[in-house]
Write a protein that binds this ligand. Structure first.
Ligand SMILES: C[S@@+](CC[C@H](N)C(=O)[O-])C[C@H]1O[C@@H](n2cnc3c(N)ncnc32)[C@H](O)[C@@H]1O
Length: 264
């Protein structure tokens, strides 16, 4: 799989991926509901990037947050943000975490698994580092929902790349089941990512999703031209503002039932 280079993307990441206060608050509420009331929450944000979620989760929910990523450039951006010192930042490969077994109550991932050749290894690491009763939360754009978004409709080369790497909801739920999680469920949230169509168009020019960074310049230019024409003809089309984002959750059982445990 061709990989997006987050060393280069780091400089434009936050500017090109808006997370408005209302959207952030929506996700913080959903995450806290999924985590439920607990005395102290050790929270791992895996593939944390620039800390778009790690920092507000630490400051607003009071969780003890570790942000882990394998890009030093993304972590550097996170560290230097206001309240960046409220999170422990850690350079980690999600397929081989250095964290001990059973050290977190929650593992959260946002837009991570499609970057990995072996997503099941990552989900396996998540269940290993979770305590019994711990929760996994995966936030992502499922293939069935992103296939017809503007970044795919106007840039058809994106579809081929994402078909090869981006899971459907069914696929993510299957990975969770195979790894041993229980109580698996998915919510698909209609999120207003953009306030205006022009903003989405401008961000496409900044290659606002990793798939756009994998297209060559002529394909991007051609897509931007088609996008521009559409925006000019349909400036108020709500499709240009919205995204469907899934959150798949699972729980590590309190006690693993060991088959034939009383045979000796
Ligand atoms: C699309 S960004 C998401 C960042 C953040 N979670 C967010 O939603 O803003 C994907 C992140 O995954 C990280 N990443 C990719 N492969 C990784 C791996 N094997 N281990 C850890 N992080 C990885 C990238 O460096 C990047 O920061």
């Amino acid at each position: 799989m061709r990989k997006a280079d987050y060393g280069r993307i780091a400089d434009t990441y936050d500017a090109s991926r808006p997370l408005f206060e209302e959207v952030l608050e929506l996700w913080i509420t959903i995450i806290s509901e999924r985590v439920g009331p607990r005395q102290r929450v050790e929270f791992l944000d895996l593939g944390c990037g620039t800390g778009r979620f790690s920092i507000p989760i630490a400051t607003r929910l009071g969780y003890s947050v570790t942000g882990a990523d394998n890009s030093e450039e993304m972590l550097e951006k996170a560290r230097n943000k206001e309240d960046g010192d409220r999170v422990r930042w850690s350079m980690q490969d999600a397929t081989r975490l250095s964290c001990p077994n059973a050290s977190f109550d929650v593992v959260f991932m946002s837009h991570l698994l499609h970057h990995l050749d072996e997503p099941l290894d990552v989900v396996g690491e998540c269940i290993r580092v979770l305590r019994p009763g711990g929760v996994i939360l995966n936030r992502y754009g499922p293939m069935e929902d992103i296939r017809d978004d503007p970044e795919h409709r106007f840039f058809p080369g994106s579809v081929e790349i994402d078909e090869a790497r981006t899971p459907t909801v069914k696929q993510v739920e299957e990975w969770f089941r195979v790894a041993g999680f229980n109580d698996i469920s998915t919510d698909v949230i209609a999120q207003q990512t953009y306030r205006t169509a022009e903003e989405r168009l401008r961000n496409a020019g900044l290659r606002c999703t990793s798939v756009l960074t994998l297209l060559d310049q002529p394909a991007v230019e051609e897509g931007l031209e088609a996008f521009r024409r559409y925006v000019s003809d349909n400036p108020d089309d709500p499709w240009l503002l919205m995204d469907n984002i899934a959150l798949t959750a699972g729980r590590k059982t309190e006690k693993m039932v060991i088959e034939n445990a009383d045979r000796s």
